[in-house]
Every structure is written in structure tokens, then in C-alpha cells.
Design a binder for this molecule. Structure first.
Ligand SMILES: Cc1ncc(C[n+]2csc(CCOP(=O)(O)OP(=O)(O)O)c2C)c(N)n1
Ligand SMILES: [Mg+2]
Length: 628
């Protein structure tokens, strides 16, 4: 018997399919694709674009138009991150440059393991008009297009040269998108002629589909091994990453550490899993870490890494763990992450694994860490908290970026979501911001992509309209990508943006000094006519006028009172408010004995560089590239 079918174009069928995909986890169900973001060109306006016009409203998919293709991927990723990867957006572009503009966003999503569905258009499958406007004519490989640049940055890649290929392709695309270990950017390239081509689609293809988001349980054999390891450990420590938050395992983690007196330290993606003032939360670990967390990490003999990819910032480029007999356990849905640092790979979901471990430990008579260790944790934590308070407190004279962070945090509280990605602020926020909720700290520090901040803030705002959102952005990031303010204004969204102006790329300038190079090419300065270098006066950019021109309310605030007042007022004013805060670039975060591996020139005519190289070589000797 022939099944019923319906005749639709590829573009129409795709829209219908997207509207009917749901996810389910812990018995809760929601639509997976919340809407479609797109910028049209000849590649998609008649194909998928026509499908969107005709069907998206009926399918409950709202269409959004950003100002930049890269930005819309950041928005989609931020939305998905805030929703713990249980929902995202689809993003459509034209061919060539529109598609290429999404590659950076795709990489960011994949690096951070965040689902985004990317639908770049591609040149004609029939190749009759070749080369179509914007087509890359590869001289040897005729089937290569600009879109092949998505391959290394996607977790799934396909090119649809016949409509019916969508049947199998979308099935796999959604499996990857909704799988906690495999997820990332999923790219389906759509040749412009195929988008407009009709086919008889089986009705079943459009039935509502519910994707179960798995929570793998730990293997009992490995649970026993963890029990043995913990019973032997004197200084156990948990590193908690973004995975713990995506898994919604805050309560399970809290119960586990309370039961056994094991402290946690946080990564950038994992910050906020427990409130900053939880007695066993020893703060951020690694290169931008707290003295408390780093002291515990240095001496730990057993580290349980939960939901973290153990990036170089977390491990201080593999120098953070100095106990000769330290062992690692990796609790992670992704086998690659579970096995890092030669860890015992407990491939499991955090929310499932922690109670299982807890029960096994109790059964085995494990009483938890010793009193002296717990006391050490509290005393380290108390010292660190006092240090944070001191660093956040405004001093005399022009504001420091550190003080601005404290002022803004005080003004919005511990439940508003702070959004940031690149510059000096991520390293400062991770130490100084005090979140009181797992969704109060949104840092994109896997790719640390300049330009994510405002677009990301927009995504968070859409993901949870009730919560206050404050974007912290440096002048460099702002100048690179600010035009999503127009999108937020157009959508009537409230967004508070704190724009910290220190005349350029001050974190890289600080790094430059740290690697023994003199100040060069990082500040926003005129070319000096005499030296022919970028050493002239600061280029005055009127950031207030700039923000105003896009429809934002803009406020210049240079004292603690003005900053706090402007931030508080922003929420009542509604719409987008940009608070421009000038800060003293030389009031930097003091050194805290941490390290990040950035290689220093091995030979140089500069004495300073040679000395720095000596110190660098000394520092690398504390790296441990191999663990057993
Ligand atoms: C797209 C992109 N390009 C380059 C970099 C390298 N980079 C990291 S931070 C930074 C400077 C950021 O300047 P700003 O936003 O003003 O922050 P500040 O350094 O002053 O704190 C640069 C160039 C990056 N992370 N992302
Ligand atoms: Mg700056």
C-alpha cells in the first residue's frame, strides 16, 4: 500500500519538519527548534525563504533577522546554553559570504558543545549557471564550496543535492543536536536550486517526533573503583564544569559534597553550579583561579572532574596539579572528556552518576574527608572571599574594571545573568562575580570569541525573558560586533549592556608585557606621524553617541554611584541601555601566582625578552604532560 504523501519544496518540507521536533528529559517535553534566524540573499530567498514565509507561522516558528550571520549563531548558542542545550534556533544564510560569516559562530558552538542548526545555502546542484554569483570555483575539486569550511567546525555536516536526502540527513542531524556528548554545530548545506525543488514527501516524515535526551548511568565496576580511590584519598577535590549545569545536577552535587565534605572548584562554564558562598565551593581553579581553589588543586590526591573538558585555563596549562600521586576520575557524558588526564572514565551523566556514587560510598562505610581538611577548606575560602571583597571595592581615583564588576554585581544581585566572552573581564568575572543561581553566570570561554557578548545577551534574554540580563563587554569586543543592539531594539527587548572602555585590547597588552614584549598594536591609537607606529593619542570614539544611534539609551557613567544608578535604572527604562564606563587600564588584576602557557621568544635582541624567556622555561618545568 502506498503511504500518503504531500508535495512540498525542500525548503517548505524543512520548515515543517523543524516545527515538529521536540525533546524530552526527566519527563519534561518542549519544542527543540524555537525559531529561525536568517539573512536572505539569492541563495535562500526563493527556496527556504519562501518556505519560511509560507509555513513558519503555522509551525509555530518565529523568524528573526539579525544584522550579522556570525552574531545570529552566537545568539542561537547563547539561547541553547541558557536552556541547558534543550532548545536552540535554526540559522539560514545565503551562499558565499553569508554562509562563510557563520563559520566562526559554528566553531564557537562546537568548541563549547552547544547545539545550533546551521542551514547555509550552496551553489546550484545542477551546476547549469556555474559559476553563480559568490561561487568558489575550486580549480581541482569541483564539488568543493565555501561551505566545506564548516566541516572541521561541525559535529555533523551534509550537503543536500536531492530533496529526499533530507529524510536520512535530518534524522541524524537531530540525533547529534540532541545528544549531550555529540552535540555542537550541525550544518546542512542547501544548494539553491534544491531548496526550491518539489518532492512527494511521505506524511510520516512530518509526524511529531520526541527526541529523548539521554542520561547515561555509570558502570557499576567503575563506581566500585571510584569508591576505592575515594576511601584511600586524603585530599579529594571535585572540578565542576559546564556539564554539571547542563545536566541540572546542582542539587545532586550539593548533596554529594555536603555528605562527604569534599570541596568543589569551578571552571568558567561551571561557575554558579552552587552559590558562591556555599561552604564547600572553593571558587574558580586554574590560570584565572582563586588562591583557595588553586591551593587545593595543587595538593589534591584525587580529582573528580565532573562535566568539564579540562581546558588549559582549568588545568593552568597542566601545571595546577602538583601532588606526585594525584589520580583523576572523569565523570562525563563524552568519553573523550571522561578520559582526560588519564582519568578513570566514568562515562555518565552527572545528575545520574552523583547519587549512584553517593549510595555506593555510604554502603562501603565511607565517612568522607577528615575534619582537618574541611577546616583547611573553610579557612582558604574565608581568605579568598575577603580578597574578592577587597578587589571589588572601588578605590580613590578613576574606576578600575575590577571595581566596575563589583558595582554592577551589587546593583543587579546574584540572580541576574551576567554575559561575557572575551577580553580581560572573563578572568576577572570568574574570580569576582558572585552568582547565586546556576544560570546567573554565562561565560563563553571555550572559544572566547570577541563579538559574542551582545549577541549572546540577546540569546539569554530570549531564553528566559523574566530574568535580568547584564552584558559586560570591553570596548574592543564592542567595536568588533555591536549591531545586534539594533536587533534587540527592533524586538523590543530589554537588555543592559555595560561597556567598559579602556582604549583597546588591554588584556592582550597585559599579556604582551607578561611575555616580555613592549606595548605594541593593542591600543586604540592614531598612527604617529614621526614613528609611523600606532603610538599616537587615543582615538576618541564617542561610544554614547554610537549606542544612541542604534536606538539604545546610552549613559556615560564614571563614578561608582553613576554606574550603579545607570544599571538599576536600565531595567525600569526598558529597551536597550548601554552604560559606557571609562576605566583606568593600568588598574589591573594583581598577580596571584597562577600561570598560563604562552610561549616566549627563544632568542631576542631585547634583554627583557631574554629574561622573560628564562622565567618561562622555569615555569614550564612545573607542567605535567603525563599522568597515570
Ligand atoms: C574574534 C576574536 N579575535 C581576537 C581575539 C583575541 N583577543 C582576545 S581579547 C582581545 C581584546 C579584547 O578587547 P576588549 O574587548 O576591549 O577587552 P580588554 O582586553 O580591553 O579587556 C583580543 C584581541 C578573540 N578572542 N576573538
Ligand atoms: Mg578594552
Amino acid at each position: 500500500m502506498k503511504n500518503k504523501s504531500c508535495r512540498l519544496t525542500t525548503g517548505q518540507a524543512l520548515v515543517r519538519y523543524l516545527g515538529r521536533q521536540y525533546v524530552e528529559r526527566d519527563g519534561k517535553r518542549n519544542r527543540f527548534i524555537e525559531g529561525i534566524w536568517g539573512i536572505f540573499g539569492h541563495g535562500n530567498v526563493a527556496g527556504l525563504g519562501q518556505g519560511i514565509v509560507e509555513l513558519s507561522r503555522a509551525e509555530g516558528l518565529r523568524f528573526y533577522k539579525p544584522q550579522h550571520e556570525q552574531a545570529m549563531v552566537h545568539t542561537a548558542a547563547a539561547f541553547a546554553k541558557h536552556r541547558n542545550r534543550l532548545a536552540t534556533f535554526a540559522c539560514t544564510t545565503s551562499i558565499g559570504p553569508g554562509a562563510a560569516n557563520m563559520v566562526t559562530g559554528a566553531a564557537g558552538a562546537t568548541v563549547n558543545r552547544i547545539p545550533v542548526l546551521l542551514l547555509p545555502s550552496d551553489y546550484f546542484a545542477n551546476r547549469v549557471p556555474d559559476p553563480v554569483l559568490q561561487q568558489l570555483e575550486h580549480t581541482i575539486e569541483r564539488d568543493v564550496s565555501v561551505n566545506d569550511a564548516f566541516r572541521p567546525v561541525s559535529k555533523f555536516f551534509d550537503r543536500i543535492s536531492r530533496p529526499e536526502q533530507l529524510l536520512a540527513s535530518l534524522q541524524e542531524a537531530f540525533r547529534v543536536l540532541t545528544d549531550p556528548a555529540d552535540t555542537g554545530a550541525v550544518t546542512i548545506c542547501l544548494p539553491e536550486d534544491v531548496q526550491a525543488e518539489a518532492w512527494d514527501w511521505p506524511e510520516e516524515f512530518f509526524e511529531q517526533r520526541i527526541w529523548h535526551v539521554r542520561r547515561p548511568v555509570p558502570e557499576p565496576e567503575l563506581v566500585s573503583k571510584v569508591v576505592t580511590l575515594l576511601k584511600e584519598a586524603k585530599r579529594p577535590l571535585i572540578i565542576s564544569g559546564g556539564g554539571t549545569i547542563y545536566s541540572e545536577a546542582s542539587s545532586e552535587l550539593g548533596r554529594f559534597i555536603e555528605a562527604f565534605g569534599i570541596p568543589i572548584v569551578e571552571t568558567q562554564a561551571g561557575k554558579g553550579v552552587l552559590p558562591w558562598n556555599h561552604r564547600f565551593n572553593a571558587g574558580p581553579v586554574g590560570s584565572n583561579g582563586a588562591t583557595s581553589a588553586n591551593s587545593l588543586a595543587r595538593k589534591a590526591d584525587l580529582i573528580i572532574a565532573v562535566g568539564t573538558r579540562l581546558s588549559d585555563f582549568t588545568t593552568a596549562s597542566k601545571s595546577a596539579f602538583q601532588n606526585p600521586s594525584v589520580r583523576f576520575v572523569g565523570v562525563n557524558v563524552a568519553p573523550m572528556d571522561a578520559s582526560k588526564l588519564a582519568g578513570l572514565p566514568v562515562v555518565a551523566d552527572a545528575k545520574r552518576a552523583l547519587p549512584v556514587l553517593s549510595a555506593a560510598l555510604t554502603d562501603a562505610g565511607y565517612k568522607g574527608s577528615e575534619a582537618a581538611y574541611r577546616e583547611e577548606v573553610s579557612s582558604l575560602k574565608a581568605d579568598w572571599d575577603a580578597k574578592v571583597t577587597e578587589l571589588r571595592t572601588p578605590a580613590e581615583g578613576p574606576l578600575s574594571e575590577l571595581a566596575v564588576i563589583g558595582i554592577v554585581n551589587e546593583a543587579v544581585g546574584g540572580n541576574a545573568t551576567v554575559v561575557c566572552a572575551a577580553g580581560g573581564m572573563p578572568g576577572e568575572l570568574v574570580r569576582l562575580w558572585r552568582p547565586e543561581d546556576p544560570k546567573a553566570y554565562h561565560m563563553e570561554y571555550g572559544f572566547s570569541c570577541m563579538g559574542y557578548e551582545i549577541a549572546g545577551g540577546l540569546g539569554v534574554r530570549l531564553a528566559e525573558p523574566e530574568r535580568e540580563v547584564v552584558v559586560m563587554v570591553g570596548d574592543g569586543s564592542y567595536l568588533m560586533m555591536n549591531s545586534e543592539i539594533v536587533t534587540a531594539v527592533g524586538e523590543g527587548l530589554q537588555l543592559t549592556i555595560v561597556l567598559v572602555d579602556n582604549h583597546g585590547y588591554q588584556c592582550i597588552l597585559g599579556l604582551q608585557r607578561a611575555v616580555g614584549v613592549s606595548d605594541f598594536g593593542n591600543e586604540l591609537r592614531y598612527r604617529d606621524q614621526k614613528s609611523d607606529q600606532l603610538t599616537g593619542a587615543y582615538i576618541p570614539v564617542d561610544l554614547v553617541k554610537h549606542a544612541e544611534s542604534m536606538g539604545a539609551h546610552a549613559v556615560f557613567a564614571q563614578t561608582a554611584k553613576e554606574v550603579a544608578g545607570a544599571v538599576k535604572k536600565a531595567r525600569q527604562t526598558g529597551g536597550v541601555t548601554v552604560v559606557v564606563v571609562p576605566v583606568d587600564p593600568e588598574k589591573r588584576m594583581p598577580g596571584m601566582g597562577t600561570w598560563w602557557d604562552v610561549p616566549v621568544a627563544e632568542v631576542s635582541a631585547e634583554e627583557e625578552t631574554r629574561k622573560t624567556r628564562e622565567r618561562y622555561e622555569e615555569a614550564t618545568s612545573s607542567q605535567r604532560p603525563v599522568f597515570v
